[in-house]
Design a protein around this ligand. Structure first.
Ligand code: CP
Length: 308
């Protein structure tokens, strides 16, 4: 069946390995469409999607919009600046008013964890989480595992360490769910103040030294320091963070074997990662971005229940 046993994609916590694999396999078919001279199919003709972005985004917003256009959906873009939110309208009133214009799918990014779940409770439309606060970013994790599967054939048994600001990262949690469900061995690495207290309950190892993490890993998924979400004082200075946790060529060379590098973007060059590592032949950062369109096409297609 060309559908998922879920109405929404709110996160990967409730998605099983089979469902994740179905999205990845469908994304591979979508990549074939994107490689054609005319990168457009009529699959979602007649389906209307609204992209509700209450927070800044480059990759996620553009790739959802492109995915919708490639599938011939009708798309509407909402951004909080310039909207009636500035006149005091609530999230629910905004969403209900937009839904009253006959919307089928809502893609939402919001700074509040749980905003997509809140809308799923009140609206009839299908809800897709494009990143909610520090909670989940399911399509990012799906494109990350797709990128790793393309390189390694499977993520089963792969040793992946997620490095940096785990506490404020929605990418980390969704990656942990996806990677663990597909059989990868997952570790996290960062300063103790940026590691959530109960994270080992998710079955991940915690490593406090970046050199130890490099020695034990096949892949580093390097996260952005989310300075906009942090209180002051979680680490002394950016220079100190770079010194103790920055992913540099010199550190990677000590492993004497190539590690694959992922980063969800946007990059703070020279802080969590140096430019020579981000731009090296072992970096899959731009492959991740390319895969973002295919993964989002797959998610929209499978959740719409459309026939290919
Ligand atoms: N990776 C990611 O979510 O990037 P944007 O914030 O640019 O969408």
């Amino acid at each position: 069946m060309n559908s998922l046993p879920h109405k929404h994609l709110l996160g990967l916590e409730d998605y099983g390995a089979d469902e994740i694999l179905k999205i990845l396999d469908t994304a591979e078919s979508m990549r074939e469409i994107l490689a054609r001279p005319i990168r457009k199919v009529p699959t979602l003709r007649g389906v209307t999607v609204v992209n509700l972005f209450f927070e800044s985004s480059t990759r996620t917003r553009i790739s959802f919009e492109l995915a919708e256009k490639r599938l011939s959906a009708d798309t509407v873009n909402f951004s909080s600046t310039g909207s009636s939110l500035s006149k005091g309208e609530t999230l629910l009133d905004t969403a209900r008013n937009i839904e009253a214009m006959k919307i089928d799918i809502v893609v939402i990014r919001h700074r509040a964890a749980g905003a997509p779940h809140f809308l799923a409770h009140y609206l009839e439309a299908v809800i897709v989480n494009a990143g909610d606060g520090c909670h989940e970013h399911p399509t990012q994790a799906l494109l990350d595992v797709l990128t790793l599967r393309q390189k390694f054939g499977s993520v089963k048994g792969l040793r992946v360490t997620i490095v940096g600001d785990i506490a404020h990262s929605r990418v980390a949690l969704s990656n942990i769910y996806a990677l663990k469900k597909l059989g990868a061995s997952v570790a996290i690495c960062g300063p103790a103040t940026l590691i959530p207290r109960d994270v080992t309950s998710l079955g991940v190892e915690v490593i406090y030294s970046i050199d130890d993490a490099i020695a034990k890993s096949d892949v580093l998924n390097v996260l952005r320091l989310q300075l906009e979400r942090q209180e002051a004082g979680l680490f002394p200075t950016l220079r100190e963070y770079q010194k103790y946790f920055g992913v540099t060529r010199r550190r990677l060379e000590k492993a004497q074997r190539p590690l694959t590098i992922l980063h969800p973007g946007p990059i703070n060059r020279g802080i969590e990662i140096t430019s020579d590592v981000a731009d090296s032949e072992h970096s899959l950062i731009l492959d991740q971005v390319t895969n973002g369109v295919a993964v989002r096409m797959a998610v929209l297609y499978l959740l719409s229940g459309a026939k290919q």
